[in-house]
Ligand binder design. Structure first.
Ligand SMILES: [Zn+2]
Length: 353
C-alpha cells in the first residue's frame, strides 16, 4: 500500500514522523500550493494515511513547532504510537492531541474522515447533505450532521471591515416551518409583523462588486423584521459611508440617502438601470435557495445562520482551487468549538461513529 501512495508531499529522508523521538517532525513544504492535493480523489488517497493527516494539520496549526494548548510551552514530546504529545510542564491535561482546542475536539472521528467531509462541503457548489457525507465516509447521519455544523463554524468569517465601492443591498425570505423553530426564535418571529409572520425567516444580504467578474463578495445576516430601523442599522454597520448603495424601492431603505450615494431600482418598473441594480444578490439568492431547498430540504431557523456562513464562504472563495479552499478552512479550525449540547440543547452524541 505504501508504495502506491502518491508523493505529493515528499518526505525528506530521516524525517519519518514515526521515528521521531522527543519532538514532532513533519515533511517540509507541504503548505505550498503545489503540494496540496487538488482533487477529491487525490485528497482521499493522500489522507488515507493517518500520519499524513496529522502532519498536514500540524504544519497548518503549528508552523513554528508544536506548543502545548494548555500552557503554550514548547517542551513537548511526541508519543508516536498514540499520535499525541505530552507537555513537560506540570499541569492538568498534559497530554494532548492535535484536535484539542479545535472544532475536532472530543470527536472520536478520525482526521481522515474529517478532512474528507471538509473537502466535500467546501467543493460542492450546492452544499452537501449529512446523508451524503454519512454514506461517503462511513459515519452515522447524526454524526455527519454534527460534523458539518462544526465545519460551518470554521467557515464563519467574523469581520468588522466595511464594504466599500459599489454595494448591493437586498433582503429575502427563507421558508421554514414554525413547528420546528426554537421556542425563543418562534416567539420573536410570530410577534414580528410583515409577510414572514410565523413561517419564514428573513435574510439580509450585502454584495460588494468586484473590479472584475467573479470578484464580488457577499455578507449575510438573519434579521428579525424588515422595518426601517433594522435595515438602516445593518447597512450603516456594514457599509462604508462613501460607498454607492443599490437597493430596490423598499421604503425601509429611504433614509440611506442621508449618508450614502443611494440609488434605487423600482422592480415594478424595471430591474436594471445602468449600474443601478441588485442582480448580483438576486443571483446569489437563487444559489442559496437551491442549496437550502435542494440539498438541505428543511433548515431550522435557529440554524439558518450556519448555512448562510457556509454559502457565503463558498461564494467568496469561488475563484480558489478546491485544495486551497480546503487548506484555508482547515486553517480556521483553531480556537473554535461547538458542542452537541450547544448546537441542539440536548446531551452529547454517543461516542460511536
Ligand atoms: Zn503545557
Amino acid at each position: 500500500m505504501q508504495s502506491h501512495a502518491p508523493t505529493i508531499f515528499p518526505t525528506p529522508e530521516g524525517n519519518n514522523i514515526l521515528d521521531t523521538q522527543g519532538s514532532f517532525r513533519y515533511p517540509r513544504g507541504m503548505d505550498k500550493t503545489a503540494a496540496v492535493p487538488q482533487t477529491l480523489q487525490d485528497a482521499l488517497r493522500y489522507f488515507s494515511d493517518p500520519d499524513k493527516c496529522l502532519a498536514f494539520m500540524v504544519e497548518l496549526r503549528w508552523p513554528n513547532g508544536v506548543t502545548c494548548p494548555t500552557c503554550g510551552g514548547r517542551f513537548v514530546s511526541f508519543v508516536s504510537t498514540r499520535r499525541i504529545w505530552t507537555c513537560k510542564e506540570n499541569h492538568e491535561r498534559k497530554q494532548f492531541s492535535a484536535k484539542v482546542g479545535t472544532i475536532f475536539e472530543d470527536s472520536p472521528v478520525g482526521l481522515d474522515k474529517w478532512f474528507a467531509a471538509m473537502w466535500m462541503i467546501g467543493s460542492a457548489k450546492n452544499g452537501v447533505s449529512s446523508y451524503e457525507v454519512s454514506r461517503g465516509i462511513g459515519v452515522t447521519q447524526k454524526t455527519a450532521w454534527f460534523m458539518l455544523h462544526r465545519i460551518r463554524l470554521a467557515m464563519q468569517r467574523g469581520t468588522t471591515d466595511k464594504f466599500f465601492g459599489d454595494v448591493e443591498v437586498d433582503e429575502t425570505f427563507i421558508g421554514a416551518k414554525a413547528r420546528n423553530m426554537h421556542k425563543a426564535k418562534r416567539a420573536r418571529l410570530v410577534k414580528g409583523s410583515g409577510p414572514f409572520g410565523s413561517s419564514k425567516a428573513a435574510v439580509m444580504g450585502f454584495l460588494q462588486r468586484g473590479a472584475k467578474k467573479g470578484e464580488s463578495k457577499v455578507r449575510l445576516t438573519v434579521i428579525d423584521n424588515i422595518r426601517t430601523q433594522t435595515l438602516d442599522t445593518h447597512v450603516r454597520s456594514r457599509v462604508a459611508p462613501d460607498a454607492s448603495v443599490f437597493t430596490d424601492a423598499l421604503s425601509s431603505y429611504r433614509k440611506l440617502g442621508d449618508t450614502y450615494d443611494h440609488r434605487t431600482v423600482d422592480h415594478a418598473v424595471e430591474y436594471v438601470s445602468g449600474k443601478v441594480h441588485t442582480n448580483g444578490l438576486e443571483n446569489f439568492w437563487s444559489l442559496l435557495k437551491r442549496c437550502i431547498k435542494g440539498t438541505y430540504i428543511n433548515v431550522e431557523p435557529f440554524h439558518l445562520f450556519r448555512y448562510l456562513d457556509e454559502q457565503a464562504y463558498r461564494f467568496n472563495t469561488r475563484k480558489a482551487k478546491d485544495g486551497d479552499r480546503f487548506t484555508d478552512s482547515l486553517r480556521s479550525i483553531v480556537g473554535k468549538r461547538l458542542t452537541y449540547k450547544h448546537l441542539t440543547g440536548k446531551d452529547a452524541l454517543p461516542a460511536t461513529t
